[in-house]
Design a protein around this ligand. Structure first.
Ligand code: SF4
Length: 291
């Protein structure tokens, strides 16, 4: 697609980062506006798999109207245990224009949602920012949530300052070998830790008003069997290098999905003891552990 005329300089810079594509740490260098496809499997216009209020997110995002989720197909990670593999890897959905995406945001606001929650936005952020600019011109005032797998480059994140109110990154691993085996991203730990630092620099600790998040960092950490997620190192990093007031959701819902059965180490659910141990450790370090 040609670059829309109305874009701001920042949105233009983001669009430029797709041609050749250096948007994320994969650095595929394909020309996405010429329909060339890189690791994430999507050209320059997003493929949306669903739009609607979601009541299963963290309570600080839900409120009475739900979190206004927009699920994007494709992903820049290759997690073998992906729970949304039909969207992320099989890329089920419908390609949308910038105008349609802006319209979806406004519809979620009209519906009474508490925020606009971009799920897996990293690889399609240029179109999201373009649509957000258009939606804000037309009255969108809800906070935005950048709900990411956490494999985000600093250069791209720096351009998002002012567009994102709530950063909600995964912190999946702190060990490079595990990140390589389970998500095809050996540099995930260093990229992810640097990305979380930049996110926190932009928005600070999570702020909540009347039970709803308005701005800040909310970390998601999925406990894997046998501490494969490197939970304790991640928590140490947050407490020592980000902020002791960091809000973290220590998630217990891992179950073997997609190709997990071919990896014996993750072919089981974590035990209750493994989950409680991580939660207690995070609380002992002073983090704000969501329940
Ligand atoms: S956004 Fe997609 S095409 Fe671009 S570098 Fe990342 S994985 Fe590759």
């Amino acid at each position: 697609m040609p670059i829309p005329d109305s874009l701001s300089d920042t949105a233009r810079q983001l669009w430029g980062l797709m041609n050749p594509c250096l948007l994320c740490p994969r650095q595929c260098k394909v020309n996405r506006s010429e329909d060339q496809i890189g690791f994430c499997g999507i050209a320059d216009m997003p493929v949306v798999s669903s739009v609607g209020p979601h009541f299963g997110e963290e309570s600080v995002l839900v409120g009475s109207g739900g979190s206004g989720t927009i699920f994007f197909a494709g992903c820049n990670l290759g997690c073998v245990f992906c729970q949304n593999f039909d969207i992320s890897h099989h890329r089920h959905g419908r390609q949308v224009t910038i105008e349609q995406l802006a319209q979806s945001m406004l519809e979620l606001q009209r519906y009474g949602c508490s925020n606009i929650n971009f799920v897996t936005p990293t690889h399609v952020i240029p179109a999201i920012v373009a649509a957000l600019e258009l939606a804000r011109k037309n009255g969108l005032s809800l906070p935005t949530v950048y709900n990411t797998g956490g494999y985000d480059s600093l250069e791209t994140l720096k351009l998002l300052e002012g567009y994102v109110d709530i950063y909600m990154p995964d912190m999946k691993y702190s060990d490079s070998d595990v990140a390589k085996e389970l998500s095809a991203a050996p540099d995930y730990p260093q990229i992810n830790f640097a990305a979380v630092k930049e996110m926190h620099r932009q928005v600070g600790d999570l702020q909540v008003k009347d039970g709803l998040a308005t701005r800040g960092l909310l970390v998601r950490h999925l406990v894997l069997p046998d501490n494969l997620a490197g939970s304790f190192e991640t928590i140490d990093f947050l407490a020592e290098q980000i902020s002791r007031a960091t809000t973290i959701n220590v998630m217990d819902q891992y179950r073997p999905c997609y190709k997990a059965s071919s990896h014996p180490k993750i072919d089981r659910r974590p035990t209750l003891k493994e989950i409680v141990t991580v939660r207690r450790y995070a609380a002992r370090k002073g983090l704000n552990v969501l329940i």
